[in-house]
Design a protein around this ligand. Structure first.
Ligand code: FAD
Length: 363
């Protein structure tokens, strides 16, 4: 292998690749070690919604983090398009959180009034207003909270663009390498960032470092609508439909405790197809294309783990993005790159430090 890079990143999902790209643009030499193929796990399986309000209607550190990342997205995709010479777009007119009864309508009316709802410029639409902008909604829909800023991206395309952009910035990739067996311990001359998604806990355990990262399986179904009638991302009844520019519609997602199993099942597919028709009745006419599954990197407190690995020289971690790794990639990359380059801990990472577990004696 060529000369020792300044930084080795273990894991080539959206998180590892985004950090690699940000660092390389600042002149840092980076090598990404990927066990399989770059982007072949959670990052390609995701629906690609950029929806900070899905996690919290209060201004929590997680909301702030997600909102800051959403704010970075337009520049992120623009620079990515430049470096990769690919079109990478923020898609869609936004997200409709549908109310199916009076109680849900009250909750969603309240949501748009919360500080978080206001920050995202959400607004309440009554039944006729929502039907005016989106036809074909279920009979029971009696209104919606409209969130124009919560758009989406195509994660598979984003990954391809990140790979190209990294190559342009001379990031080196090693695929098919199990990091436990090679070059995984940080050295004096090289910093290591562990960004191995749901596998980060296992990986670090082999270094005798315990972090509570656990896999949360998610299945998704891809359909094709004959016309492009469904324009908005629809959210409700514990699921969502995400229409893409090309007429495909993603239906998500299950949430399962199934270890590292990444297989789509008939049962999961049935469950999602039923949900799709409840959310949008015409979905039963859509053509089935495929189903897939992967594992989200969950943590014991549902917050990401970002920053130094306390007690291990030159070692850093970026994982635990759970349901929001696509949304949170730009801010994660920006702040992790800042930490590596300046050796100063950005304040915005404090709520997500690995030290919260070691200090609290959680693990
Ligand atoms: C069904 C589903 C829907 C989702 N929808 C959304 C959404 O709409 N919006 C959103 O923001 N997020 C969504 N997510 C979450 C998002 O996909 C994840 O948070 C994000 O992809 C995590 O990225 P990652 O790079 O940490 O992990 P991954 O993409 O899993 O990448 C980790 C990489 O590390 C590699 N690796 C593991 N162990 C080793 C090792 N020992 N050595 C070397 N490499 C190793 C793996 O092979 C893998 O490629 C969804 C997830 C799922 C499953």
């Amino acid at each position: 292998m060529a000369q020792t890079p300044d930084v080795v990143i273990v894991g080539g999902g959206i998180i590892g690749l985004s950090i690699a790209w940000y660092l390389a643009r600042e002149g840092v030499t980076v090598r990404v070690l990927e066990r399989d193929r770059l982007g072949s796990h959670a990052s390609s399986a995701a629906a690609g919604m950029l929806a900070p309000l899905a996690e919290s209607d209060e201004i929590t550190p997680l909301f702030r983090f997600g909102k800051a990342s959403l704010d970075l997205y337009p520049t992120f995709v623009e620079q990515l398009a430049f470096d990769s010479e690919m079109d990478v777009l923020l898609e869609g007119p936004g997200l409709l959180r549908l109310a199916f009864n009076g109680k849900e309508a009250d909750l969603l009316r309240a949501l748009v009034q919360t500080p978080a709802g206001q920050e995202l410029e959400t607004k309440w639409l009554d039944e006729s207003e929502v039907r005016d902008i989106q036809s074909g909604l279920a009979e029971k829909v009696c209104g919606a909270a409209y969130s124009p800023r919560e758009q989406d991206v195509d994660p598979k395309r984003l990954i391809q663009a990140l790979i190209k952009a990294c190559q342009k910035q001379n990031v080196s990739f090693v695929e098919g390498i199990h990091a436990e067996q090679h070059a995984m311990v940080p050295s004096e001359s090289s910093k290591t960032i562990y960004a191995a998604g749901a596998w980060t806990g296992e990986l670090l355990a082999s270094l005798d470092y315990q972090l509570p990262v656990k896999p949360v399986k998610g299945q998704v179904v891809l359909l094709q609508q004959p016309t492009k009638e469904l324009r908005f991302t629809l959210y409700g009844l514990g699921g969502y439909l995400v229409p893409r520019e090309n007429g495909n519609v993603l239906v998500g997602a299950t949430s399962e405790d199934a270890g590292f199993d990444e297989r789509a099942t008939d049962e999961g597919t049935e469950q999602l197809l039923t949900k799709a028709t409840h959310l949008y009745p015409a979905a039963d006419q859509f053509t089935f294309i495929e189903a897939w599954a992967s594992v989200r990197p969950g943590t014991s407190d549902d917050l990401p783990i970002l920053g130094r690995l306390t007690g291990v020289e030159n070692a850093f971690v970026a994982t635990g993005h759970y349901r929001n790794g696509i949304l949170q990639a730009p801010i994660t990359a920006k702040l992790m790159a800042e930490l590596i380059i300046t050796d100063k801990d950005p304040e915005a990472l404090a709520p997500f430090s690995a030290a919260r577990f070691t200090q609290a004696g959680v693990v």
